[in-house]
Design a binder for this molecule. Structure first.
Ligand code: XMP
Length: 510
């Protein structure tokens, strides 16, 4: 396995993903991981990430130079290379030629790192993003590549397996990035390509059995990819000792409960279906503040879940579909951040119920979870579902939630999904949904004046929901969706397309 030390770069997670794509297991840890902890982790090699800092900044993130004396291969990327230079006796300077974006790399010496890549005069497109540059190599190092603005675009130690690259091999725009990382993993570190989802399933099943033994596990099943895959995996390990609880909060999409239940029924999972819609709707009655809605739904969910769990008797574990991005103690996002929206998930449950957590997907990225789902026989349609917020349609019916307004939104939303899927666009976007606005506008239908509701269409591209941009859907698809909604959904006479990016807008309207 490989250790990625994070200095706060935007692309640290990408490094980990590229390593895993090469079927080598890796973990991201903060740069200040202790030498003892690194030894205990026992990686085959270490990758130092980039950083928004400069090595000359006051308080810049630094590691102990001992990291280079562990006898392990090290690859410094961008700041990682500058830091290595700085710590090992070279010189890093602020450059007047800041280099952002594509650069032409010329390789002086293929060696292990660039094995298989054409040396100068051939050039390779790489992606740069730095202000500082290396002026003098540390003793014992040689330059192995250069670019226009970086006299030293890559370096290696003459005797030890320490390398540095100024560009970012982890981004797709660095065409040779994949080859370079594979060379580092397989040639330099001697890793083998053995991390795949079939072997993950095997190990995870054994781990769960060992941990849980003959005890009972419960799981809140939402029908989303993460909780579904977690449940299937645990089911494979302990069978009927897993009980899933699927709560219908009355805020689900059209046919949602039926579809999800139908699948799990044939998968032999023990699923308790709780129709609590009336309770939720009652508590939400007259509430129009988005945060209040979220709180009410979160609290009510915990209540319902607790009641059901008590009925089961002796339960010791709670299963959750937590993923790796939620677990990484990345330095990138540290610092005070405002609560923009209090995201409702089952976070409050373990404390309330004094349950121990089982989180079999803690090490995985989303695409890996999908692969595990496929391994476990989940149908394509479930595997590639868009994310759906816990508070459901309550935060898409703007203003107060009523059964009537929910019904209108459900119909409109179903049309959006149907058309997105039929046109092949569903799989190409992050989320696509309808929002029911709390305004009415004038229209004309037949010879009648109408005064009806407006539906907004929200379709976005994103990789992690942190940032997003509106999807450039073809006009004729937009036209079809709009026509169908206005013609088929009673009470709607206008459809708008949301063309705001996140930030400054958010994906959901509430
Ligand atoms: P925003 O609207 O903050 O949404 O840009 C980012 C992602 O999170 C989802 N979302 C939620 N998920 N509970 C959830 O479980 C919530 O309260 C919640 N609010 C937003 C949203 O659908 C998007 O994928």
């Amino acid at each position: 396995k490989i250790l990625v030390l994070d200095f706060g770069s935007q692309t640290t997670q990408l490094i980990a993903r590229r390593v895993r794509e090469a079927k080598v297991y890796c973990e991201i840890h903060p740069y200040d991981m202790s030498i003892e902890a690194i030894r205990a982790f026992a990686p085959r090699g270490i990758i130092l990430s980039g950083s928004p800092s400069s090595v000359h900044d006051h308080g810049a993130p630094v590691i102990s130079p001992e990291v280079f004396d562990l006898g392990l291969p090290v690859l410094g990327i961008c700041y990682g290379m500058q830091l290595a230079t700085h710590l090992l006796g070279g010189t890093v300077e602020h450059s007047d030629h800041r280099e952002y974006g594509p650069a032409a790399l010329e390789i002086d010496e293929p060696g292990d790192l660039f094995r298989g890549l054409a040396p100068a005069p051939a050039t390779h497109q790489v992606w740069m993003s730095h202000g500082d540059r290396i002026e003098a190599l540390p003793p014992g190092f040689v330059r192995i590549a250069r670019s226009g603005a970086s006299p030293v675009a890559a370096m290696r130690h003459e005797a030890r397996p320490i390398f540095g690259v100024q560009f970012h091999p982890e981004v797709v725009h660095t065409e040779i990035g994949r080859d370079l990382l594979r060379n580092f993993l397989f040639r330099v570190c001697g890793c083998s390509a053995s991390w795949d989802m079939a072997s993950f399933v095997e190990t995870a099943v054994a781990d769960i059995r060992r941990r849980v033994g003959g005890e009972r596990v419960i799981c809140a099943l939402s029908g989303g990819v993460d909780s579904s895959v977690a449940a299937l995996l645990i089911h494979r390990a302990i069978g009927r000792n897993l009980t899933c609880i699927f709560v219908n909060n009355g805020l689900l999409r059209k046919n949602e409960a039926e579809t999800v239940l139908a699948f799990f029924e044939q998968s032999e999972l023990d699923v308790r279906y709780v129709d609590a819609s009336a309770r939720f709707l009652e508590r939400l009655s007259g509430v129009d503040d988005p945060e209040k809605k979220r709180k009410i739904i979160g609290t009510e969910f915990i209540r319902v879940f607790e009641e059901e769990a008590r009925r089961l008797g002796d339960v010791r574990f709670l299963a959750q579909g937590t993923l790796y991005p939620d677990v990484i103690e990345s330095v990138s996002f540290k610092g005070p951040s405002a609560t923009i929206k209090s995201h409702h998930n089952v976070g409050g449950l373990p404390e309330v119920m004094r349950l121990e957590l089982v989180e079999p997907l803690r090490e995985l990225f989303k695409d890996e979870v999908r692969e595990v789902g496929a391994q476990l026989g989940m149908p394509e349609e479930l595997i590639h579902r868009h994310p759906f917020p816990g508070p459901g349609l309550a935060i898409r019916v703007l203003g107060a939630v009523t059964p009537e307004r929910l019904a209108v939104l459900r119909e409109a939303d179903a049309i959006v999904l149907e058309e997105m899927k039929a046109s092949g666009w569903y799989r190409r976007t992050w989320q696509a949904f309808a929002v029911l606005l709390p305004v009415r506008t004038v229209g004309v239908m037949g010879d009648e004046r109408t005064y009806d509701h407006v539906v907004a269409l929200r379709v976005v591209d994103s990789v992690d929901a942190m940032t997003a941009d509106w999807t450039r859907l073809p006009y004729d698809l937009l036209a079809r969706i709009s026509n169908r909604i206005i013609n088929e959904v009673r009470g709607v006479n206008r459809v708008c397309y949301d063309v705001s990016s996140k930030p400054p807008a958010t994906i959901e309207w509430e």
